[in-house]
Design a protein around this ligand. Structure first.
Ligand SMILES: Cc1ncc(COP(=O)(O)O)c(C=O)c1O
Length: 307
């Protein structure tokens, strides 16, 4: 038996995607959509809040405030409910309304922030910056703890110690490749650290929306894309280029195609970044860079029910 919802975070199953990708090699994916908040972000939410409680930045009953594309907010809403903190989320109005409903259902207050240059379903870096400004203002006004997921190192160590370690344990040893789309970069960086520590030859690829590839060192020509929660057109503050071997760009059309493929071939109804990850993993295996019997690990970041 688990003592609380906090203990339901992490420990997601690793599933082989042999029907969506029938070779060469194999894709294995962490089913992050099974977490209480419905996404990979539950791990960072728990880690950052528990660290702040442990060192006194967050005292019992104090409000927690964060800018979110919805998934970090859902994770924080779960964690705050379990620990008895009020939670206030500032979210760009361009993110899916289903996410706001989920946060509100969990007892959070959601403040929607008007988009700067994006459109509904397509959230840009400028939209996110506007939501972050609002979150900082709310935290000041309410005397709350500002989570600041882009600058909180606990998110990276959480993925290193949990997601990365779980992949190694569940797969039964090192994998040949790792791919993940990048929002804060916590998932990509933390897991890359763990996998490269186990096998320095593991090829780690960041996934970027086509035309929005700052990690590849390219100017952003297309800030709008459908891969919500990732691809903000900026290099995240904690980015460690030594952990990225290459960047793989995916188009909106490919992401739509792979989202459908995962649904009808695997029975996995997941979100856009999950589809982007699997699309990129398949391309990496198809490139021949890893050899015919290679295994690439990735994450199915969230459920498709949030869109
Ligand atoms: C749907 C989705 N996929 C991927 C990510 C990226 O995760 P990270 O912030 O760890 O880079 C996020 C982040 O919010 C997300 O919401």
């Amino acid at each position: 038996m688990h003592a609380s919802t906090l203990d339901l975070i992490g420990g997601t199953p690793l599933v082989a995607l042999d029907r969506a990708h029938d070779g060469p090699g194999r894709i294995v994916a962490k089913a992050e959509f099974l977490q209480p908040g419905g996404s990979v972000k539950d791990r960072a939410a728990r880690a950052i809040v528990l660290a702040a409680r442990a060192d006194g930045r967050l005292r019992p009953g104090m409000p927690v405030v964060e800018m979110t594309s919805g998934n970090m907010g859902a994770g924080l809403a779960v964690v705050c409910a379990a620990l008895g903190h009020p939670f206030i989320a500032a979210m760009s109005a361009g993110n899916s309304p289903a996410r706001a409903r989920m946060m509100e259902g969990l007892g959070a207050k959601v403040v929607l922030v008007a988009q700067v240059d994006g459109s509904p379903g397509q959230v840009t870096g400028a939209d996110v910056a506007a939501a972050a400004e609002e979150a900082v203002r709310i935290a000041q006004d309410e005397g709350g703890f500002y989570v600041d997921q882009f600058n909180a190192a606990e998110g990276i160590t959480a993925h290193q110690r949990t997601t990365g370690a779980e992949i190694l344990r569940q797969y039964g040893g090192p994998v040949d490749g790792w791919v993940a789309a990048v929002g804060t970069g916590c998932t990509f960086l933390g897991v890359a650290r763990a996998l490269k520590a186990a096998n320095p030859a593991t090829v780690c690829a960041a996934v970027e929306p086509l035309g929005c590839e700052p990690l590849a060192g390219k100017p952003v020509t297309k800030a709008r894309h459908i891969v919500q929660g990732t691809g903000y057109g900026l290099v995240p503050p904690h980015w460690d280029p030594s952990l990225m071997d290459l960047s793989l760009a995916v188009s909106d059309a490919e992401v739509e195609q792979w989202r459908r493929r995962l649904a009808v071939r695997e029975g996995l109804y997941v979100g856009y970044s999950a589809a982007a990850n699997v699309c990129a993993a398949s391309r990496l295996l198809g490139s021949g860079r890893l050899g015919p019997g290679a295994t690439v690990a990735t994450v199915l970041c969230d459920t498709g029910l949030k869109y």
